[in-house]
Write a protein that binds this ligand. Structure first.
Ligand code: ADP
Length: 485
């Protein structure tokens, strides 16, 4: 049942430790969210293999951090080139295990590679400092050194990019990594491992521990509690982030956390309405609404609400729903049955509390895990959708009268990852841009992620930043040298 790949070697089914795929008899099923069929049986790594991975990563650290930054950069550059050269296969595997339309999967492969390219470049730009001593006869230096062995726990919604965004800066800095990918999408992670080895990333520097959901919890504990692991970098829910943070407390581990969001998307009456409709569609319906930066609350100024809702509904009704490999699909299936249940619950709750459906509203006639792209108007703050991340293709429109009111509601949440607003007024651009309590704000754009901008949240959306010139700092420690001369 091998998927039809140009490079069949990318289809690996076993955890990757010390440069080898380790045969584990105990397996778990990875399914295709579009059909529900089993795609692969993947090795369910025992906790002892996670411990071994930490040990080999610790051994590999000595020679990896001793390589010149230029040498590490060269290897990362090769990994980038191989990812791009195998983009079609990687995208196909991703669509099969994750469900997103093939065009989006290809976009993610390029986006994922962009972090490898970027941090290959940044490896060469790690800089320390020489300080002016307040006392005579002393030289004061600041060195930047790799943190050490890192653990990365990643989610299923971006099976490649969430790994490269963590692993590339870690490796560039001279760290080694043990990755525990999401149980839904281990195949993309294992394919990345094949290419990492081919690129010349030395054995033990990059390890992948695949595990089912129960075993993931045990492996997570081992990674958090290890004294050898110096840093945990995690992308996932706020709920799990909190557990991992607590588990990391005894060893005072360094942490980067990219957690849940509940993005507001504000459309002011001076906005270009067509542009705002397109921006919302990009922000909301990408990956069937399953990204942490997807807008979840759409605030529309009352004077333009009718027009905006009508234009939006018209376009949303036309979004093609279907299997990610089928030509022209724009909305794929949700990841699992629980996701479908949550989206259905959010929509039903909203309708029961007075929302009006202007597009979609129920599981799709295709059946399985497909949900109709949906638009609701007359949303209010008693509805579940106003408080919890929906993670599905549902836009809920909340009316507002004044700018202050929109900003108040936008900020009235424990989350602070991404926000969006549309306006043509430059004073408002700055005023609202500053007032929103979010790590990232898209203004007149619905998609802002790239390797150059610092990605991350405030409040309960997380700690630290990924990508950008700052992303590598998360994997570097400062050391102060005070030298008597
Ligand atoms: P999502 O809601 O996107 O599935 P989760 O936060 O549940 O996000 O999962 C993100 C990652 O965290 C996955 O790799 C998953 O296996 C892992 N995970 C979930 N629960 C735990 C836990 N208690 N300990 C360690 N890892 C966990």
């Amino acid at each position: 049942n091998t998927p039809n790949l140009a490079n069949p070697a990318l289809f690996q089914l076993q955890p990757f430790v010390n440069g080898q795929f380790v045969a584990i008899a105990d397996t778990f099923d990875v399914d295709n969210p579009s059909t529900g069929e089993t795609l692969a049986k993947v090795g369910n790594a025992p906790v002892s293999l996670a411990q071994e991975a930490i040990e080999v990563a610790h051994k590999a650290l000595i020679s990896w951090r001793a390589q010149t930054a230029k040498a590490r950069a060269g290897i990362l550059r090769k990994w980038n080139d191989l990812i791009l050269a195998n983009a079609d296969d990687l995208a196909r595997l991703m669509t099969l295990e994750q469900g997103k339309p093939l065009a989006e999967a290809k976009g993610e492969v390029a986006y994922g590679a962009s972090f490898v390219e970027w941090f290959a470049e940044q490896a060469k730009r790690i800089e320390g400092s020489v300080l002016e001593s307040p006392q005579p006869g002393r030289e004061l230096l600041v060195l930047k050194q790799p943190v050490g062995v890192c653990a990365a726990i990643t989610p299923w919604n971006f099976p490649i990019a969430m790994i490269t965004r963590k692993v590339a800066p870690a490796l560039a800095a001279g760290c080694t990594v043990v990755v525990k990918p999401a149980e839904q999408t281990p195949l993309s992670a294992l394919a990345l491992a094949v290419l990492a080895k081919q690129a010349g990333i030395p054995d033990g520097v990059f390890n992948v521990i695949t595990a089912d959901s129960a075993r993931s919890i045990e492996v997570g504990k081992v990674l958090c509690e290890s004294e050898t692991v110096r840093k945990l970098t995690f992308t996932g829910s706020t709920e799990v982030g909190r557990i991992l943070m607590a588990q990391c407390a005894p060893t005072i581990k360094k942490l980067s956390l990219e957690l849940g969001g509940h993005a507001p998307f504000i459309v002011f009456e001076d906005a270009d309405i067509d542009q705002a409709v397109d921006g919302l569609i990009a922000s909301k319906y990408r990956n069937a609404g399953q990204t942490c930066v997807c807008s979840n609350r759409v605030y529309v100024q009352q004077s333009i609400m009718a027009k905006f809702a009508e234009k939006l509904a018209e376009k949303v009704k036309l979004l093609p729903v279907g299997d990610g490999l089928a030509d022209g699909s724009v909305i794929g299936p949700l990841i699992d049955g629980q996701a479908l249940e949550k989206v259905t619950r959010h929509v039903n709750d909203a309708v029961a509390k007075g929302a009006k459906l202007v597009a979609g509203g129920k599981p799709h006639s295709l059946g399985g895990r497909f949900f109709e792209p949906t638009v609701l108007t007359h949303a209010n703050h008693d509805m579940l959708i106003s408080q919890e991340e929906t993670f599905g293709p549902v836009a809920a429109l909340f009316p507002f009268e004044h700018e202050d009111e929109a900003v108040f509601h936008a900020n009235n949440t424990p989350f602070g990852l991404a926000a969006y607003f549309y306006t043509k007024d430059s004073a408002r651009t700055f005023r609202v841009g500053r007032a929103l309590e979010y790590g990232m704000v898209g203004i007149n754009v619905g998609v802002f992620s790239n390797e150059v901008g610092p990605f991350g949240g405030v409040k309960q959306s997380g700690l630290g930043r990924e990508g950008s010139v700052w992303g590598i700092e998360e994997f570097l420690e400062m050391k102060y040298l005070c030298i008597g001369v």
